[in-house]
Design a protein around this ligand. Structure first.
Ligand SMILES: *[C@@H]1O[C@H](CO)[C@@H](O)[C@H](O)[C@H]1NC(C)=O
Ligand SMILES: [Cu+2]
Length: 231
């Protein structure tokens, strides 16, 4: 018992030093546009710490401490975009990417309302209970293709990495979030949805957010969030 407790302390000290991260840069067709240039600087830009309250307004873009806006990157529909972390993503985790269309100038928009749709996911991989693995872990970049039917206009793009190494009790999941500003050119007449509000999209008790990944090994894993919109 004592031994186990000591191992626990050592492991948690190690994770304090090493394991947190941020997503400061936007990727456009594989190239970073720089740290906090097109991504709104998050409150944890120094601490790298997670947000855990899914009902907080700060759960949207994690930038209530200031630095509301950044500059807006122009990208054409059909391009490959994404986010780069400031170091490898250490935690056993899964990743969602959401987008929301601004009613006007995205620099002056806070992303409130039923406006967010989910465009990309990197779930955990299970196989009926014998193992679980995390393709979102030990990588630094999450990229996806903007559907060519995405309507032109200005958008917030929100990366949400959900670390579930200690998620067996309520509030234990760690969320690493940031929002980029883009202006989509070209584009089509798609109708992105279903639309949800952030916060509001989660209660924190979803099976993909509050779970024990160790024992018993989950037989399946369900990504939290609305259905994906793929264009
Ligand atoms: C959008 O808002 C930002 C910040 O207020 C401003 O710098 C920029 O010029 C605006 N863009 C347009 C097209 O009005
Ligand atoms: Cu961490």
């Amino acid at each position: 018992m004592l031994c186990k407790a000591l191992v626990g302390v050592v492991l948690s000290l190690a994770s304090l030093v090493n394991s947190h991260y941020t997503f400061p840069s936007l990727l456009v067709n594989g190239a970073s546009t720089g740290d906090w240039v097109n991504v709104r600087r998050t409150d944890n830009y120094n601490s790298n710490g997670p947000i855990t309250d899914v009902s907080s307004t700060n759960f949207r873009c994690y930038n209530q401490g200031g630095a509301a806006s950044s500059s807006t990157a122009r990208v054409s529909a059909g391009s490959r975009i994404g986010f780069q972390a400031n170091q490898g993503v250490y935690h056993q985790s899964v990743t969602n990417i959401y987008m929301a269309k601004a009613p006007g100038n995205v620099s002056q928009w806070d992303g409130s309302g039923n406006v967010w749709f989910r465009v990309h996911e990197i779930p955990a991989v299970t196989n009926g209970g014998s193992s679980i693995s995390f393709p979102a872990q030990n990588v630094q970049r999450y990229e996806f293709t903007l559907p060519s039917s995405l309507p032109a206009g200005q958008y917030l793009v929100r990366v949400e990495n959900i670390a579930i190494h200690g998620a067996s009790s309520f509030g234990g999941a760690q969320f690493y979030i940031s929002c980029a500003q883009i202006e989509v050119t070209g584009g089509g007449s798609g109708n992105p949805g279903p639309l949800v509000a952030i916060p509001g999209v989660y209660t924190g008790r979803e099976s993909g957010i509050m779970l024990n990944i160790y024992y018993p090994v989950p037989a399946t894993y369900t990504m939290p969030g609305p259905a994906l919109w793929r264009g």
